[in-house]
Design a binder for this molecule. Structure first.
Ligand code: SAM
Length: 250
């Protein structure tokens, strides 16, 4: 946890009292004392510093903080992901990893090789997936939650939604191991806002590839090594981030 994140409603006259895992983290991991300063942010709001004004070091842990919020959140990241719904345990990892890497919107879509039972997973409930997004923000020292869009039907998404979204992006990229073209041939430093698509564990079927290409996507391969979905997401995301940085150095 590289930043303590709170909900806006937890803040009263620039004071907050923590009694949950965040208090435990401050006591046990950070070993903070009264007078110490911590990084603190409001989810989807400002961030700044918090001074410890009181601590109960024994269970049940309690930490009182005086908060000074000064900084706006970072701009929305220029990368979005269209992801065929993976198994729940993998989805949880991907949610926090892409949030830490920086993502604007995650579109979760159905695909032929997505197991039907994945759609019953509790992690698709906002109150549950939000926790994984917050883990990613805590890791990356950010306050802006990504948007999550869930599309249970592939065809209406690809025919009605995706073509309307396409104009927002400089690059629409489809990760497909069978493609000969490599990512470096599809991406350059003119990249401004990128949507990339990653398929299910069994891969995209031909019909889906055809539909995604018809909606304006360009397919690429990462080479002959077939990666697991979560590894592919992190590898592709990092390569795209690198190109975006080249076009717009930080
Ligand atoms: N046998 C499947 C196939 O040939 O598509 C493997 C699917 S792979 C485990 C899951 C997804 O990760 C793929 O649909 C693709 O989006 C992405 N992926 C994994 N390795 C890749 C690679 N070498 N090149 C491009 N995409 C890759």
């Amino acid at each position: 946890m590289n930043i303590i994140l709170i909900e806006k409603k937890e803040l009263f006259a620039n004071h907050v009292v923590l009694t949950d895992h965040r208090a435990k983290h401050i006591v046990k991991i950070l070993q903070s004392e009264v007078g110490d300063c911590l990084r603190l942010g409001v989810i989807d709001g400002l961030s700044g510093e918090a001074r410890v004004t009181a601590v109960q070091r024994k269970y049940p842990f309690v930490v009182e903080l005086s908060v000074n919020l000064t900084s706006q959140s970072a701009p929305q990241p220029g990368i979005d992901l269209l992801l065929a719904l993976p198994r729940p345990i993998m989805l949880k990892r991907i949610l926090s990893q892409v949030t830490a890497l920086g993502i604007g919107t995650l579109y979760l879509v159905n695909a032929n090789r997505v197991e039907k039972s994945f759609w019953d997973a509790g992690v698709l409930e906002e109150k549950e997936y939000r926790l994984h997004l917050i883990h990613g923000l805590e890791q990356a020292v950010d306050t802006r939650l990504p948007h999550i869009e869930i599309h249970r039907h592939f065809r209406p998404f690809v025919e009605d939604v995706l073509p309307d979204l396409a104009s927002q992006y400089s690059h629409l990229l489809l990760a497909h191991p069978l493609e000969e073209k490599r990512l470096s041939q599809c991406l350059n430093s003119s990249a401004a806002r990128v949507l990339y698509a990653v398929g299910p564990e069994g891969g995209w079927v031909d019909f889906e590839v055809k539909k995604l290409l018809a909606a304006g996507m360009h397919s690429f391969s990462l080479g002959p090594r077939i990666l697991k979905v979560d590894t592919a997401v992190v590898a592709i995301h990092s390569r795209i981030s690198q190109e975006l940085e080249r076009g717009c150095p930080l």
